[in-house]
Design a protein around this ligand. Structure first.
Ligand SMILES: NC(=O)c1ccc[n+]([C@@H]2O[C@H](COP(=O)([O-])OP(=O)(O)OC[C@H]3O[C@@H](n4cnc5c(N)ncnc54)[C@H](O)[C@@H]3O)[C@@H](O)[C@H]2O)c1
Length: 283
């Protein structure tokens, strides 16, 4: 399938990044969030990112303008009626995603493929809100979407092979490397494997064994990680991490996935990481 008009739902960390990636790869893309302020902030963030890279001589002002010109912004899903490929990257909440998929199913042409960037929610449950579950699949980008090469294609129980092939092909057109799961699995591969590491790092911090800086430095020096686990959690967003762990705990019924209390407290106090200016570190 040759995607002509991708549509991204959500202009947060992931949606804005995926939208920018689409535009950088030559697609005319529309990105929707719920308010003018949210889409305005996302656009400004992309502009600031470009300006920093222009200063460093990594891109030109013309390239920036060309990318921005391919990005349209919306505060409702109406423009999805012209889209042949949707990437949903709204907040990690099952009821919200089901509502969005029900609406998208009503708005989009019947052949449109609907994908979700969910970290850990069930693709099949999200697909069940539509009359086209065979055209629904997980398409899990990584943060920052313009940099990270992997896209996990996560099957729903009814995703068709044609849909998987379309998602794989689109990921390749975006310059990413797709890896397709053999079956439906909450949190796919990377997020599930990382879940244990991030939780354990928070538990070591909670137990007062070392400072956040020292835990991260130790993991970089001793485990060869490119980035410390607590800095990574700040980048992902503590709320997103917690939501993923709760889904894994509920779906897999294993107490390994119980999140340390400190993460819950930080989320309750709004310390979500980079996006709120404070998490394990201050920004
Ligand atoms: N943050 C990460 O590292 C990461 C990585 C991979 C996948 N994900 C997944 O991507 C999705 C988005 O995560 P994020 O980190 O970008 O979250 P975020 O909180 O930064 O952004 C979510 C955005 O969705 C918007 N939204 C909520 N309801 C909406 C609606 N009805 N219509 C349109 N937009 C709506 C919110 O206003 C917000 O701007 C989640 O499912 C998350 O699990 C996140």
């Amino acid at each position: 399938m040759d995607v002509r008009k991708p549509f991204v739902v959500g202009a947060g960390t992931m949606g804005a990044g995926i939208g920018q990636l689409c535009a950088q790869q030559g697609f005319s893309v529309t990105i929707a969030d719920v308010t003018e302020e949210l889409v305005g902030n996302a656009r400004q963030k992309i502009i600031r990112g470009f300006d920093q890279r222009i200063e460093k001589g990594k891109v030109t002002a013309e390239e920036k303008e060309a990318v921005l010109a391919r990005m349209s912004w919306a505060t409702d899903l109406g423009a999805a009626r012209e889209s042949d490929f949707v990437i949903e990257a709204a907040s990690e909440n099952l009821e919200l995603k089901k509502k969005l998929f029900r609406e998208l199913d009503g708005i989009c042409p019947p052949e449109t493929v609907l994908t979700t960037n969910t970290t850990a929610l069930s693709i099949s449950e999200i697909a069940s809100a539509t009359r086209r579950p065979e055209k629904v699949v997980g398409m899990h980008f990584f943060n920052p979407a313009v940099v990270m090469k992997l896209v996990e294609i996560i099957r729903g129980s009814r995703s068709s092979e044609a849909t998987i092939a379309a998602a794989r092909q689109f990921a390749e057109k975006l310059g990413r490397i797709p890896i397709v799961t053999a079956k439906e699995a909450p949190a796919g591969i990377v997020s599930r494997v990382l879940a244990g590491l991030l939780n354990e790092a928070a538990a070591v911090y909670e137990a007062g064994i070392a400072s956040a800086q020292d835990i991260d430095e130790a993991m970089k020096l001793g485990a060869g990680l490119p980035m410390g686990p607590l800095a990574l959690m700040d980048m992902i967003g503590l709320d997103i991490h917690l939501a993923k762990m709760e889904t894994l705990h509920q779906k897999l019924g294993d107490d390994r996935y119980k999140t340390p209390e400190i993460v819950r407290e930080m989320v309750a106090r709004g310390k979500l990481g980079r996006k709120t200016g404070e998490g394990f570190y201050k920004y």
